[in-house]
Design a protein around this ligand. Structure first.
Ligand code: CAA
Ligand code: NAD
Length: 282
């Protein structure tokens, strides 16, 4: 039974994951290496819960109970009594491996270590631990409180038991799980990211403006957001890292990241989270 969870990385995904876990009745540590990220994450959860109260989806008491289930954390030692860790740090293999190695030495033997990676190999992350059968991908979509899908990705070593527990948990969180094999970008980002990258190429090549590319896909294809708005929303750093994983993983030039995407990331224009990407957010 999964009752206590630590979420590593209190960015937009970590905060959302912590929120849905707390709403489902789990005790949650929200951890980040930066204290201010934890505080920002808790504040954003507070705002979303207040909105749910305003909209009549939740009572004030339920909001308070949910918030009381959330504990801020800046020490990974807080994972010592947890049944599950969900990692949502930056999309870099070396960073994730270091986090998993540390967690492997802290968490109880029965604990499952899950990663919210968008594209990286679960098999490789699992191999850095002494419990590779208890390592799994649990890929939530952004914004986590709204989006129903969770991709569940088994590494080569993941046990059936681990898979079943995480599949069950996804349902308890009100999500719809799909089972996906461990290939670069899994299913969702293998399909979504090349579209976003192509949208960036159309701007880079001067085919259309940022606004007109987005309008084409919103009004022409009924997408809720244009691809460049979506890229800003996801984070341009994350988009670039995913394209790099696809490019390297499939060794196919069709996944070449657009030079304009690289340049924006070099400039620190990472999208909504830094106030500037394809659009300005001040
Ligand atoms: N967090 C939590 N809730 C949010 C939110 C956020 N960031 N943004 C919007 N919402 C909620 C709003 O509160 C609102 O609910 P209520 O009014 O009932 O409170 C509801 O969502 C609708 O919001 P809006 O009316 O303001 O705006 P919208 O109709 O455009 O919906 C959206 C917003 C759901 C984000 C919609 O634009 C959408 O579906 N966009 C595409 C999202 C998408 O493609 N996500 C996948 C990204 S890729 C990914 O996640 C994988 C990866 O690895 C990169
Ligand atoms: P983000 O940049 O908003 O947040 C990342 C957080 O991780 C930051 O607060 C950072 O301080 C923290 N962090 C970095 N290294 C750390 C470490 N060693 N220990 C503790 N905390 C650390 O990123 P995000 O958008 O929330 O993405 C996080 C993960 O979720 C990535 O793997 C990403 O690919 C994946 N993901 C992102 C989206 C999306 O739409 N943004 C969707 C699904 C999955």
């Amino acid at each position: 039974m999964i009752k206590k969870v630590l979420v590593v990385g209190a960015g937009q995904m970590g905060a959302g994951i912590a929120q849905v876990c707390a709403q489902a009745g789990l005790e949650v540590f929200l951890h980040d290496q930066k204290e201010e990220a934890v505080q920002k994450g808790l504040q954003s959860i507070g705002k979303l819960l207040s909105r749910a109260v305003e909209k009549g989806r939740m009572t004030t008491e339920e909001k308070t109970t949910t918030q009381n289930r959330l504990t801020p954390s800046t020490s990974l030692q807080d994972a010592a009594n947890c049944d599950l860790v969900i990692e949502a740090v930056v999309e870099k293999m070396e960073v994730k491996k270091a986090v998993f190695q540390e967690l492997d030495g802290i968490t109880p033997q029965h604990a499952i270590l899950a990663t919210n990676t968008s594209s990286l190999a679960i098999t490789e992350i699992a191999a850095t631990t002494k419990r590779p059968d208890q390592v799994i991908g649990m890929h939530f979509m952004n914004p986590v409180p709204v989006m129903k899908l969770v991709e569940i990705i088994r590494g080569l070593q993941t046990s059936d038991e681990t898979f079943k527990e995480i599949e069950e948990l996804a349902k308890v969180l009100g999500k719809v799980p799909v089972s996906v094999e461990d290939y670069p970008g899994f299913v969702s980002n293998r399909i979504l990211m090349p579209m976003i990258n192509e949208a960036i190429f159309t701007v880079y090549e001067g085919v259309a403006t940022v606004e007109d590319v987005d309008t084409s896909m919103k009004l022409g294809m009924n997408h809720p957001m244009g691809p460049l708005t979506l890229a800003d929303f996801i984070g341009l750093d994350t988009c670039l890292y995913i394209m790099e994983v696809l490019h390297e993983g499939f060794a196919d030039s069709k996944y070449r990241p657009c030079p304009l995407l690289k340049q924006y990331v070099q400039a620190g224009w990472l999208g909504k989270k830094t106030g500037r990407g394809f659009y300005q957010y001040e």
